[in-house]
Design a binder for this molecule. Structure first.
Ligand SMILES: [Zn+2]
Length: 364
């Protein structure tokens, strides 16, 4: 047998064995948590004629109604459905407690001394790439200042001090791909169906997303500091349109991720320890995509053995597979020179888990 056919055989064997190990059948969205930002003593942003807390509550409830009408089997949970104050940390915890499959936090933007800027933006958890994004994170995180003893509750984090944001540096969101997908659907709907100006999908260090252990997005529905946008967002029609945009985004997201079952497909160029094994293993994720990328693609050049994982409809590509975290950390330094935004992921029995969970399993 020549080398190519050996390679193909390994590939087929791997593919078969991973499929036959088949994990829990279909992945379905059962529960969604909709979080209307602010509330009660915290008005959020203040426009000339509006409070952020009222606009976002109305859009949140309308969004939930659309989902309930169209998907009666899905449980819709609101963090608040009246004008009450909910501590920041309690919001993702509600989602964690009811094991939600998706967390959507709805907010409205505003700028001081700027009535011109308008448009929607949807945030995922990540490191900010511009000062504007950091400003949004600081503003939305600052609601923790309404709480007594916030410093203790929030690990000494000071939402107004840029230096505090270093704690987000070490974080890796397990759900970055699904969150990005929901964010992209949302901005697409706002732009194409609701006719809004989309400012795009952005990343920032948002506390409310940091604590959510499921795919999560924070939607800024527009600037109430812009008179025209404020008028739109205050109107019944405007709120209906925004809610239907979020609903449509949710529907597309749901279709996209449910199209694939939760089984993990791993194809490897060579035989190495496999991520479906009973042992915890670590690797460095270098790329993810909703479309499959050939393993011989230029984007992987010089990275060594590539593994492909299909997880909830997203293809994830990783290198440097090992059961030893230290080895992987060392390898990551080298990979980072080629792929600056690579990060370490852990797998257990074919499923992605957090590094913390992985360490705990290894200890036990
Ligand atoms: Zn807000």
């Amino acid at each position: 047998m020549n080398r190519v056919s050996v390679f193909l055989m390994v590939l087929v064997l791997c593919t078969n064995s991973f499929f036959s190990k088949g994990q829990n059948s279909e992945y379905k969205i059962n529960t969604i948590v909709i979080d209307a930002g602010h509330g009660g003593k915290d008005p959020g942003a203040i426009g000339k004629h509006s409070y952020e807390k009222n606009i976002v509550l109305s859009i949140a409830l309308k969004t939930g109604n659309y989902i309930k009408e169209n998907f009666p089997d899905i449980k819709v949970v609101y963090t608040r459905d009246t004008d009450v104050f909910i501590p920041l940390q309690e919001r993702p915890e509600i989602a964690n407690r009811c094991k939600a499959d998706l967390f959507i936090s709805i907010h409205a933007n505003s700028l001081k001394n700027n009535t011109r800027t308008y448009g929607t933006e949807t945030f995922i958890l990540g490191l900010h790439k511009s000062e504007d994004n950091l400003a949004v994170a600081m503003k939305e995180n600052s609601v923790m200042l309404y709480e007594d003893d916030y410093s203790n509750k929030y690990e000494g984090f000071n939402p107004k001090d840029p230096a505090s944001y270093i704690i987000f540096n070490l974080m890796h969101s397990l759900h970055i791909d699904n969150s990005t997908s929901m964010a992209q659907h949302t901005e697409y709907q706002f732009k194409s169906r609701v006719g809004r100006q989309s400012r795009g999908v952005k990343a920032a260090e948002l506390w409310v997303l940091r604590k959510a252990s499921m795919p999560s997005v924070l939607i800024e529905v527009g600037f109430i500091s812009n008179p025209k946008e404020e008028k739109f967002l205050l109107s019944e029609k405007g709120q209906d349109y925004m809610a239907s945009g979020i609903f449509r985004a949710f529907r597309s997201y749901k279709e996209e991720i449910e199209r694939h079952s939760s089984r993990t497909l791993v194809i490897k160029k060579t035989e190495v320890a496999d991520t479906n094994s009973d042992e915890v293993c670590f690797c460095i994720q270098v790329k993810s995509s909703s479309k499959r990328i050939p393993l011989n693609s230029k984007v992987f050049e010089g990275l060594g053995t590539i593994e492909e994982h299909l997880i909830n409809g997203v293809y994830k590509y990783s290198v440097g597979h090992s059961t030893n975290l230290k080895t992987v950390i060392n390898k990551k330094r080298e990979i980072k020179r080629r792929v600056s935004d690579c990060f370490i992921v852990a797998y257990y029995k074919g499923n992605p888990i957090s590094i913390k969970e992985a360490k705990n399993i290894q200890k036990s």
